[in-house]
Design a protein around this ligand. Structure first.
Ligand code: UDP
Length: 337
């Protein structure tokens, strides 16, 4: 595939561009010379992670959205802004339906009014629910088991209906476990509170956390701990650019898994972090976390066949090394402004 097909035309509006995957994607668009503007309400994102033109705005505010579209006239949207925690979605479904479903509807309506017709958005392997078979290809039935997964599936369905009726060009990218950090060392994963395995393990290595809890070691997996498919955040970013370029070449609609196709257990991740950091990283087993399927690994070849995409950094040691470089340089996360 030529470079032209890997680089979309802009301007691109990135919602949630101050977040983890959004900030890396924004950076890559800038590096490729694509005009970009970030829209974020900074509810979970970080102003320090954005070096592009920035609009502090909430997707619930239609008047602000219309003003942003009028000012920047984006050709396309990459939509990351969303709530992303399974556990929180069980406790607060109203929040998830508002932020993920209603705010996406608001965005689509603003796009329709502005005649902006291309959107690439964050979906998730959580839309598949409990795997009936592993690896999970895109033809696997979508039967999510959490409000989070259900809101993401609603987003997919809403966009499919808009595509049919209004000619919206759509790409749903179903991520497995985003991980790692920018190779430049300045962008990475910062959540408050942190719930994700790799940053938590690295906090233990840094000495800011005493030990890592392994959520269940009695799963039907080789070492009893959950197996996940960790995909480097810079590889995810690259896939977004390719998906948008593919839409612009007439490829809509797209629904594509993004993973490496290789699974690592919780114990393997901890062991890798011990090797990478040289720290013993004490671990203890605690009960299973509700809603965690034993194994989630991406299958199928659609990303390669349709986007010409292959992960450039699939090795778990490289992923953990990049995350470690970021966490060592930013032990307290991004500096507060
Ligand atoms: N996990 C764990 N201890 C932790 C955090 C996560 O054992 O403190 C496990 C979790 O049960 C899952 C895997 O690590 O099997 C990845 O979890 P994470 O929250 O990073 O991502 P998720 O798979 O939920 O998107």
């Amino acid at each position: 595939m030529s470079a032209a097909q890997e680089t979309p035309a802009g301007p691109v509006l990135v919602t949630g561009g101050a977040g983890y995957i959004g900030s890396h994607t924004t950076r890559l668009l800038q590096a490729r010379g694509v005009p970009v503007v970030v829209l974020d309400n900074l509810s979970t994102g970080w102003r320090q992670a954005v070096s592009a033109p920035f609009e502090l705005a909430d997707l619930g505010d239609r008047a602000r959205l219309d003003a942003v579209f009028a000012r920047h006239r984006p050709r396309a949207v990459i939509h990351f802004a969303a709530k992303t925690y399974v556990g929180e979605s069980v406790e607060k479904p109203a929040l998830y339906y508002r932020e993920n479903v209603f705010h996406t509807w608001n965005l689509l309506e603003a796009m329709r009014a502005a005649e902006c017709r291309e959107i690439v958005f964050s979906s998730t392997c959580a839309t598949y629910g409990n795997p009936l078979r592993v690896p999970l290809d895109e033809a696997h039935p979508q039967d999510p088991i959490s409000p989070y997964g259900r809101t993401k599936l609603h987003m997919e369905h809403m966009m499919q209906d808009y595509a049919r009726a209004y000619g919206l060009q759509i790409a749903a990218l179903r991520y497995f476990n985003a991980a790692g950090a920018s190779r430049a060392g300045d962008l990475g994963e910062v959540h408050r509170p942190e719930t994700h395995l790799i940053p938590l393990v690295l906090q233990v290595a840094l000495g800011t956390r005493a030990k890592i809890q392994i959520f269940g070691d009695d799963y039907p997996t080789p070492d009893g701990t959950c197996v996940r498919d960790y995909i480097h955040v810079e590889d995810l970013a690259d896939a977004h650019l390719r998906a948008l370029a593919r839409l612009q070449a007439g490829g809509s609609p797209l629904a594509i898994n993004l993973g490496t196709g290789k699974g690592f257990s919780v114990r393997e991740v901890i062991e890798t972090a011990r090797r990478v950091t040289g720290h013993p990283i004490p671990a203890a087993t605690s009960p299973r976390r509700e809603g965690d399927p034993p194994i989630l690994v991406s299958g199928g070849t659609r990303a390669r066949d349709v986007l010409g995409w292959e992960p450039a950094r699939p090795d778990i040691a490289d992923i953990v090394s990049d995350a470690w470089r970021f966490h060592r340089a930013h032990p307290d996360g991004y500096a507060q402004s």
